[in-house]
Design a protein around this ligand. Structure first.
Ligand code: ATP
Length: 289
């Protein structure tokens, strides 16, 4: 069964329709990116799923109707906004304990979630002294309180520098590996590429496509849909490797020091994996646009 089911979701603010007849599902353990230009409706969609906005249509989380069984449904969801406002004078530990208490959870639960995002050594640090990356990790720890299966994240890395962004993405990757389900909005293709298995493309409040990161890449960068991958192999192995790649549908030919393979943008490493699994010894490679 799907963890999240959205059926005919329409959201109007007064006379303006911001989301129009959106239907989609997210399976347990999936990671789905919400992609679309500013104003496409990404935040609004997340807020409808959270049950904090009235809407038309039906949204269910693990079968629970967000409108009629809101309280139970919300227990299954953690939310990380773009930027969180904390009480600046509270420490990290106090903040997490405060939110845990609000939700009727034990202080131990707060400490567990702080450890999950590598903040356990910051318990006594006032929130106002945290870096941007640490603040966002604290927000993630709060979203993890109660161990909900579904995490909604609204451009969670938008205000972070490159290093904190990478760090935050690594935490999300780990959560995904641990079985969490992620639905996150982003404007960065590299985040889609690293984290998402599916992409919901929103445009003017409509679901334009329910697609893959590879297909999104083809739409965004149509001129670089394929690359040439040069593989260096010991000479005696080249004919066998060539055959192996051709047998798997790759366009491949010999060149001076090895093979050259035409690879789609979303499968650049596939020939390397294939050959190494088949026991070939790729000594080096180069990628050309
Ligand atoms: N409370 C509101 N009242 C009226 N209009 C609203 C309200 N909230 C959002 N909107 C409008 O709904 C549309 C979608 O906004 P939303 O914030 O969901 O887009 P978004 O895709 O998240 O954009 P961004 O990428 O800039 O965050 C926008 O035109 C916005 O102005």
């Amino acid at each position: 069964m799907a963890l999240l089911t959205i059926e005919h979701l329409t959201k109007r603010f007064g006379t303006v329709t911001v989301l129009q007849d959106i239907s989609c599902t997210v399976a347990p353990g999936e990671s789905v990116a919400l992609w679309g230009p500013n104003g496409a409706g990404k935040t609004t969609l997340l807020r409808c799923v959270l049950g904090v906005l009235p809407f038309e249509g039906t949204i269910r989380i693990d079968g629970l109707d967000v409108r009629r069984q809101g309280k139970q449904a919300r227990r299954l969801v953690g939310f990380v906004p773009q930027e969180v406002t904390f009480y600046p004078t509270l420490t990290v530990g106090e903040t997490a304990a405060f939110f845990a208490r609000l939700r009727g959870l034990e202080p131990d639960e707060a400490r567990r979630r702080l450890a999950q995002v590598a903040l356990e050594d910051r318990l006594d640090q006032p929130v106002r002294t945290l870096s941007g990356g640490q603040r966002q990790r604290l927000a993630l720890a709060l979203a993890l309180l109660g161990d909900p299966p579904l995490l909604l994240l609204d451009e969670p890395t938008a205000s972070l520098d490159v290093r904190s962004r990478a760090e935050f993405m690594t935490h999300l990757q780990t959560l995904l590996e641990q079985g969490k389900t992620l639905l996150f909005s982003t404007h960065r293709f590299e985040e889609v590429e690293h984290l998402a298995r599916r992409v919901l493309l929103l445009e003017n409040g409509r679901l334009e496509a329910d697609t893959t990161p590879g297909e999104l890449a083809r739409r965004l960068f149509p001129e670089t849909t394929h690359y040439r991958l040069r593989l260096h192999l010991p000479e005696p192995q080249r004919p066998g490797a060539l055959q192996e790649l051709r047998a798997h549908g790759f366009e491949v030919w010999m060149n001076g020091h090895g093979l050259e393979v035409r690879v789609p943008a979303d499968e650049k490493a596939a020939p390397l994996l294939l050959l190494s699994r088949a026991g070939f010894e790729v000594t080096d490679f180069e990628l050309h646009a």
